[in-house]
Write a protein that binds this ligand. Sequence first.
Ligand code: UT7
Length: 319
Amino acid sequence: MSFTILGTGKAVPEYVMTNDELSTMVETSDEWIRTRTGIEERRVCKSETLTDLTVTAAKAALEDAGITAAGLDLIICSTMRGENITPSQGCMIQKELGADCPAFDVNAACSGFIYALDIADGYFVRKKVKHVLIVSMDNLSNITDWTDRSTCVLFGDGGAAAVLGEGDDLLSINITAKGDDRVLIIPHGSNSSPFYEHEEKKAVLHMMGNEVYKFAVKAMADGITKSVQDAGLALSDVDCVIPHQANIRIINASAKNLDIDREKFFCNVQHYGNTSSGSVPLALDEASHSGFIKKGDIIAMCAFGAGLTTGSCVIRWNK
Ligand code: UT7
């Protein structure tokens, strides 16, 4: 007995930043960004805090699931950087919801939602919980180098939450890590110690895009193939794929490599860019509420990100 997804909810900042606006900040163009990434616009936090967004998504997911915060047994927040170093973002969400359960954060970059699902699976298997809230959210605009055109055009703020209940709709799940701080890193900012002897690196995202691209295309194919096999299914049984929304070209290449009909891949990267940990659940929430996925569908989800991490799983949609 593991879990079923009872409800989802999303939260994104109000401010929409277009490619044209970005073109006034760095040497780029709407045409370059669209053709190389598929991104048309992204959301950027102005007045909203990460806590505002995580709590909005959590409340929407609870409402969708039809349960109250009092019914939660565990809160897991996947994020690369909570509002504070401590308390955790999970504890901030717990406070704002008025819940009374353990809460903590997990950092697996863009694979965070699937890592959180895997952790939750363990709690369900050990019968420690009946309802778990996962909130996956990143606020990348405050760690983006807005003068670096090779990265600042790719990312956006936002994410989503999911409420899990007892059930048997998780059919397989896999997470991997391959320690690497060369191709994608966001260093910490200031170090207050007067004794520290190392050079401080700028606290912004540094990425070797081509290297991540190659890793991503292989990770998507390998992850989905393994999770589908582990579920005892064939690729042809998959009704819908919810891929990490980093670049439309990565999604197109994955569809081709896997020989899964491209129409089965849900995409919203054009509206949000890459929202890191928020990306997969934000796509899942929109796929659910737009009717792209239906009760009984077999859904494969797959993500990759800094770490380098990957996560993939197969679930039966039961809403
Ligand atoms: O969640 C994981 C996070 N990361 C990713 O998923 C990133 C994966 N990687 C990618 O999506 C792609 O590698 C990028 C979108 C980052 C880059 O696309 P690309 O087709 O690999 O472009 P490139 O890096 O090879 O650059 C091609 C050209 C270069 O100019 P030259 O050297 O050919 O003259 C770049 O300087 O495009 C230039 N360029 C830009 N031009 C206009 C790079 N960024 C831009 C830009 N606007 N924003």
